[in-house]
Ligand binder design. Sequence first.
Ligand SMILES: Cc1cc2nc3c(=O)[nH]c(=O)nc-3n(C[C@H](O)[C@H](O)[C@H](O)COP(=O)(O)OP(=O)(O)OC[C@H]3O[C@@H](n4cnc5c(N)ncnc54)[C@H](O)[C@@H]3O)c2cc1C
Length: 403
Amino acid sequence: MDLKSGYPFWAVKNGLMVTFPQLDADLTCDVVVMGAGITGALIADELARHGHDVVVIDQRDVCWGSTSASTALLQYEIDTHATELARRYDDATALLAYQSSLNAISEIEELARKVGDVDFATGESLYYASKPADHSSLIDEFAWRKQNGFPVRWLSRAALKDEYGLKAPAAILSTVAARVDPYRLASRLLERIQKKGARVFDRTEVTSMTATANSVELITDRGMSITAKHTVVANGYESQHWLHETVAKNLSSYAYITDPVDPDELRWLADTMVWESSRPYIYLRSTGDGRLLVGGEDDNHDIPARRDRRVNRKAAKLQRKVARLFPNLNAQPAFAWAGTFAETSDGLPLFGKHSQHGPRVLFALAYGGNGITYSMLGAGLLRAQIEERPHPLTELFAFSRLG
Ligand SMILES: Cc1cc2nc3c(=O)[nH]c(=O)nc-3n(C[C@H](O)[C@H](O)[C@H](O)COP(=O)(O)OP(=O)(O)OC[C@H]3O[C@@H](n4cnc5c(N)ncnc54)[C@H](O)[C@@H]3O)c2cc1C
């Protein structure tokens, strides 16, 4: 499966930051983490820091999958409104999902600051109503979040125009959000755990996985065997390969980045992310070197050749939308790309065991627009499961909720 097309900026900017050996001997360990993207890196780091003997293995160079294509806005606001989650499940469930995601932003901040030099910055997130018909659902969403103590401010049409120069019916401003270079963060985490004794291998594909009551055995493309007490499947959008049932819908998402923009033009966009109520939505955020990163235009094509052909056309369409929103901003694409993306029906991720493989195989499917926030939550959750401790998110992120 080809996970990305075009020129994902992080890969272009950073090049191959770290490389690891291919696996050429059999080995045993406590936990093998299959997949070295941001999800595998966060989980491996969490486990290694807490004394587990961890092996990480990836079929590509590390972080070369979706992680290198991610636009990496870090938001607690998930693609499904809290009010929608409350209707679908209940208020307590919506609160758990939103509150956990809010906490995850601080956890990523702490980690990013410790690791250092990963273009992390906090900011605000402006969620505007794309059309008048969305106004009332935004009012409800704002009221729910305000009532539950989330850091939000309501912006009327007039306030939005005055303060941001943006023409839209209304918006919710969240004062907690962040951004990061996900490729750098994941690469540095892998480097860090290796220095502390974890073993990391790249360019080594896992071709089979067999779980018994006491262990899991993985066999690689070069015939090596890894025996572990637990396996974490962090294969991103390729994880479906290990499951008979379809658990999510694959899409393609498109993005482009500008050259550094004059700070006088960028103004408040330097520290405010923007997204909208339409689905699929357009979103914008800046980078540490003053570029503007724009994404959206998701479609149902996950056939790589078709997606490859669309990259420039989609970037041009995104650019036209940005020009309508911000007529004075020069937001020409410097690099454009696309990536495979997946969504569950309720916008929540899937972490934990699946009946097909038993309790020693734990999946880490950080699906949805907040994939990275979910991966951070999944790290703590899967560690708790491996250590046989209860965790508040066990049920909410379990496969069993899909029915
Ligand atoms: C265009 C785009 C924009 C996005 N924007 C955001 C955003 O703004 N905010 C946000 O939070 N999230 C965003 N996401 C989602 C986020 O990027 C993903 O959740 C995240 O990158 C997934 O990371 P991962 O480690 O799970 O997957 P990946 O990075 O794909 O890593 C999985 C790894 O598993 C390896 N692998 C697969 N099969 C095997 C095998 N058999 N053997 C060995 N290794 C294997 C792969 O080689 C790969 O390196 C976006 C995604 C895309 C595509």
